[in-house]
Design a binder for this molecule. Sequence first.
Ligand code: ZN
Length: 137
Amino acid sequence: MVRRPHRENCPGHELSIVHGIVTTVTESLIGRHVSQVYSVKLNVGALSGVVEDALQFSYGIATEGSILAGSRIEVVHIPVRVYCAECQLESELPSLRSFRCIHCGTPSMDIRSGRKLDIESLEIDKEPATPPASLSN
Ligand SMILES: [Zn+2]
């Protein structure tokens, strides 16, 4: 085994997140007769601190031996939205360099979305209602 130098972005953060996702999804599938999970769609906020590559890598490890083994993770990037008290409007930040209302330019740290990471949906295959026809002659 080759020891790699310590990476700047240690995947420990993503691995613990992914373990949480696997647990949540596995529990949500109990009693639903799901034969296979194809993909898990995940909303990842721009401020969640999650690195997509590390997430994908961790997912492969964390799903081993679970119903999610072999499934994909689909990341939907959620932009940051801030609320401006002047305009009484939310606006979507074009970049993370400047937290300002896009309408009037007032600085705002009233973040309304983009911090969280949630499971959006699952693409699954249900077990057939009737057993498949026998293929023997
Ligand atoms: Zn404004």
